[in-house]
Each structure stands twice: as C-alpha cells, then as structure tokens.
Write a protein that binds this ligand. Structure first.
Ligand code: GDP
Ligand code: MG
Length: 439
C-alpha cells in the first residue's frame, strides 16, 4: 500500500466503527493513489464515485475491518473496470487466424510478435508464422528473423522493396498452403501517429482480414498511452491491447485508462526482453499493482483464512524479540504448508520478490515431514534454545530421527537463516504485516 493509504486504513481500524466522513477520507487517498499511478483523471473521478457509493453502504459500515473492506471494494471495482475475467485470443473459424500487431515505434511490436508466437505454440499447441511487414525501420526484418530463429518459428519476409500489404497477402497464402494455424503480422510504427501510417495499417487490415488487431503499448508511457490507444482504436477498431514493459517501475495506471477510454480488453502483458516474458492479463493483479500493494490483498485473504490470528500475533512478537524457537518453527511449518509454498507467499509482499536469499527459503512439502522428525528428536530445552545444539547433540538427534547428520545440520542452518530473515522482515520491510495478522 502507499503509505498514506496504509495510514488511512490504520486510523479507520482503530475506530472500530466508521462514518461517511471516514470513507470520504479514504477515498481521497484512493484517488491520489490512482492519480499517482498515472490513471487518467476523468477515469479516476468516475471510479471514485462508483466506489464511494458502494463504500458508504452497510457492507462497509457494519464490518469489523472497514479499512480493509474499502480496499477490497476498490480492488473489486478496479478489476471490474479492467474487464473482470481475463480475455483470450479469438480463433478464426478457418485457419490461419490472422493477428496484426500495431503500435508506435519502440512499443514492443516485433518482440511481442515473437513472444506471442512462442506462447501460442507452447500453451496452445499452435503452429504460427511470423510475417515481416515493417519495411521502414532499418533491420526490422532481420530483427524478426533473429527472433524466429531463436524460437524455431518460421518467418515470412520479402525484403523492403515490396509493399507491406503484398507481404501480408503472400504470407497468409503461404500459411494456408502449409496448413499453419496462426499468422502474426509485424507492422511498422512511427514515433507519433500520422496519416500515412494509419492508411498503411488500414490497407493491411483490409487485405489480411485479421481476427485480432493487437495494439502494443509501452506501459511506461503513462497518460500518453491512453491517447495513443484512443487514436489507434478510432482508426483501426483494434480488438485488444498488449501492455509491455511492466517489468519497469510503472504502477500500470495505463491499463486502467486504456480500458476505460477504448473499451477494448487488455489481453496480455509483457514483462521483459526475453521471449518468454509474456503473460495473459490478470485484471485483479493489475488492480493491486495500481493501488501499489503488490498482491497484498491475496495475502490478506490467505492470511485471514489460514492463520489463527492470535497465534500469529504471538509469532510476530517472538520474531521481533528474536525468541523464535524450534517449537514455533514446526508450528509455523504446519501453518505455512496449509497456505502453500512459503516462497510464493513471501513473493506476494511488495518488494520481497527481489530480496536476495528468498530462494533459499524454498520448502518442499515432502521435506516438512522429515524436518518435523528431526525437530521432534530434540529435547524440549534444545527446541527452545537452539544455541544448545552442539555437534554431539546433533549426532544424537540424527540417530534419534534416523536422518543423516548433514540433514540435521542443514535444517539448523535453514532455521537460523529464516529466523534472521523473518526478524528483519518484522522490523523493516513488513511493517504492515503485524497490523494485518494481529488486528
Ligand atoms: P517495435 O518498434 O514496436 O517493434 O518494438 P521492439 O519489439 O523492437 O522493442 C523495442 C525495445 O523494447 C526492444 O529493445 C525490446 O527488447 C524492448 N522490449 C519489448 N518488450 C519489452 C518488455 O516487456 N520489457 C522490456 N524491459 N523491454 C521490452
Ligand atoms: Mg518492430
């Protein structure tokens, strides 16, 4: 959460009961969060109105955690606004399905065409053909051919002396002759929208009769993205949007604006230069990202379902006081295994996915039984005070639990590492966690 949003929530929680004025204050923070995320101001205005109407309803006022409830409504409405369920690629009744990639120069059309080809083949078992119809940008054809080679996907090109319309036409013919399922036409872009470009794209559309016209938009371009999307949509009646460069530090407000302005679904997101860095668009995740809370909401829900709140509070205190011991360790392991892999859980916390050493915390569910056997072979004193665990004691434990000594050592090491890390989290990165778990 943004800090202000977090503060507003905490304040509300303390009150126990909320008034309309409280909701209003909260909404002001939501509004700011959205504007900071580069969402178009008109979109924000409409949105806040919708949410406020819902938020002053009994749904929130009667609930035990109104702050969270408001966030939940905001999240639900954001998700709804971005299209609810995620969209998929439409398939033409007769193969090949033609997909046209359009967008400004540098948005990521060529790269995304490659990613999409790879995605279709890997996830849907389709056979795609890439068509190089950008004859203007130097080396654009070669770029696509290189991508094709990397992926082992065929690329159709005719050099830069033939018109893009003709290239598209012949490429589709070739796909038909070879019974390929998909053609992805990589078109030219410009730094800015101009008539010539739009005319050319219209001509290609006319000839290629695409089932999908994907507008590729750089998410980093913020407000401008909505204007670009709006123009392309007016001229070409696009069918969907692919948002690239979400690996950057943008909050992704463009997603919201684009959807609101064009009414067209965002279908995929790109998050890296590598050719597998393409994902279907998840409106709910994007909603969280826009609000600046990572997948915090999912975490809240999971935590509420699976954690005994009182126990968690104790755990947090222990972590802070650094008195976390092996008894807590097994208890926590049991809880965590109910919640899914520890690693996944930690990754949902904003900023955590980049923490070095996170991978070391990986716990294989099959291992937990063995770990438990080891811990149970410790004496109660040893469990409470892991510093007692000398080499001779470790050997005894290994014998008692019928596990190799190396495994005992590994467990103790892992315990110490995770203790250290959790203690850091409880002090620093995870300020919010104690509120969440201990409210
Ligand atoms: P085009 O002009 O629209 O065809 O754009 P390109 O496909 O040539 O991409 C322009 C630049 O953006 C290239 O350096 C790509 O590697 C990079 N790029 C494309 N998509 C992404 C993405 O999702 N993340 C990042 N970090 N870079 C991307
Ligand atoms: Mg290109």
């Amino acid at each position: 959460l943004t800090e202000r949003l977090q503060n507003a929530m905490t304040k509300m929680r303390r009150k126990g009961k909320v008034s309309e004025a409280d909701v209003k204050e909260m909404m002001r923070e939501v509004r700011l969060a959205l504007l900071e995320a580069d969402v178009n101001f008109k979109v924000v205005k409409d949105f806040v109105k919708t949410v406020s109407a819902r938020a002053v309803g009994s749904e929130v006022l009667d609930s035990l955690s109104p702050g969270q409830q408001v966030i939940k409504i905001v999240n639900e409405e954001l998700t709804e606004l971005m299209g609810g369920e995620q969209a998929t690629i439409q398939i033409a009744p007769k193969a090949p399905t033609v997909v046209m990639m359009v967008g400004l120069q540098g948005a990521g059309k060529t790269t995304t065409a490659g990613k999409l080809a790879s995605y279709l083949r890997k996830n849907q078992n389709k056979r795609p053909l890439l068509i190089a119809a950008d004859i203007y940008r130097p080396a654009a054809i070669q770029q696509l051919e290189t991508i094709g080679k990397q992926l082992d996907v065929p690329v159709f090109s005719m050099g830069d002396q033939v018109s893009p319309v003709e290239i598209a036409r012949q490429g589709i013919e070739k796909a038909k002759a070879e019974h390929l399922d998909f053609v992805l036409i990589d078109t030219a872009g410009r730094l800015q929208i101009d008539e010539t470009l739009m005319q050319e794209l219209s001509d290609i559309k006319e000839t290629a009769q695409p089932t999908e016209i994907f507008l590729v938009v750089d998410a980093m371009t913020g407000q401008e993205a909505a204007n670009v999307a709006s123009s392309f949509n007016e001229q070409l009646d696009i069918t969907g949007v692919i948002l690239t460069k979400l690996d950057g530090d943008t909050r992704g407000g463009a997603a919201l604006s684009i959807r609101a302005v064009t009414g067209k679904p965002i279908k995929f997101t790109g998050s890296g230069e590598k050719l597998d860095a393409l994902e279907p668009f998840y409106p709910d995740r994007m909603a969280n990202r826009i609000l600046g809370m990572g997948d915090m909401l999912t975490l809240i829900e999971k935590a509420q379902e699976d954690f005994d709140e009182k126990k968690s509070e104790e755990m947090m205190t222990k972590l802070r006081e650094n008195s976390f011991d092996f008894n807590d360790f097994i208890e926590q392991m049991d809880q965590v295994s109910n919640m899914g892999p520890m690693e996944d859980l930690l990754k949902m916390i904003p900023g955590m996915s980049n923490v070095p050493g996170l991978d070391k915390l990986q716990i294989d569910p099959k291992d937990t039984a063995r770990m438990k056997a080891i811990v149970l072979s410790m004496t109660p004193q040893e469990r409470e005070n892991p510093d007692l665990l000398s080499q001779s004691r470790r050997r005894r434990i290994a014998r008692g639990s019928a596990r190799p000594i190396a495994e005992v050592n590994r467990l103790i090491k892992q315990f110490n590492e995770s203790k250290k890390m959790m203690s850091q989290m409880s002090k620093g990165n995870m300020n919010g966690m104690e509120n969440l778990f201990g409210q």
